[in-house]
Write a protein that binds this ligand. Structure first.
Ligand code: NI
Length: 173
């Protein structure tokens, strides 16, 4: 496994649409392992392939609590079949937008369908934190970031902060 660098705003690859995966081969299995290692190392509870510059439709997550054994989930070509009408407001963060957290309103429950690493089709009702994580990670596959749900004022403030940081980093290198 290899820990891979995580892209940070305003990297344009975070805004790209990822391609479907048509075959689960060794390269996809390796990608999934790299993503899990990168996520655990960060540490984070979810990671989408575009966040490490791979424009493929695959996400990983692990919502186990600190005192519980690891519970890695790999979703290939995931899609949400159903959103609940009921919504919930939770605080979200993103490894590609480090050190910031904002409240976002989303459907409270979703039904997600995906292919697992063994090639099986899985359909799963996601509630609570899993429902939010699924929506957040799947958005990444379509170039959508959670800050897109904030007010324009807040979003622009975040974007400016990261654009400035990128400029300073470029000047320093
Ligand atoms: Ni994210």
């Amino acid at each position: 496994m290899a820990n891979r660098p995580i892209l940070v705003l305003p990297d344009p690859r975070l805004r790209a649409i990822a391609d479907p995966i048509d075959k689960i081969d060794d390269s996809i299995r390796q990608l999934a392992l790299d993503m899990l290692e990168t996520m655990y190392e960060a540490p984070g509870i979810g990671l989408a392939a575009p966040q490490i510059g791979e424009l493929r439709r695959i996400v990983v997550m692990d919502l186990a609590k600190e005192d519980e054994p690891r519970d890695p989930v790999v979703m290939i070509n995931p899609e949400i079949l159903k959103f609940s009408d009921e919504t919930v407001v939770t605080e979200e963060g993103c490894l590609s937008i480090p050190e910031l957290y904002y409240e976002v309103e989303r459907p409270a429950e979703v039904t997600v369908r995906y292919t697992d690493l063994e090639g099986r089709t899985v359909e799963r009702e996601a509630t609570e934190r899993l429902a939010i994580c699924v929506q957040h990670e799947l958005d990444h596959l379509d170039g959508v970031l959670y800050i897109d749900y904030l007010s324009r004022l807040k979003r622009d403030r975040v974007l400016k902060k990261f654009q400035k940081a990128e400029k300073l980093a470029r000047r320093a290198s």
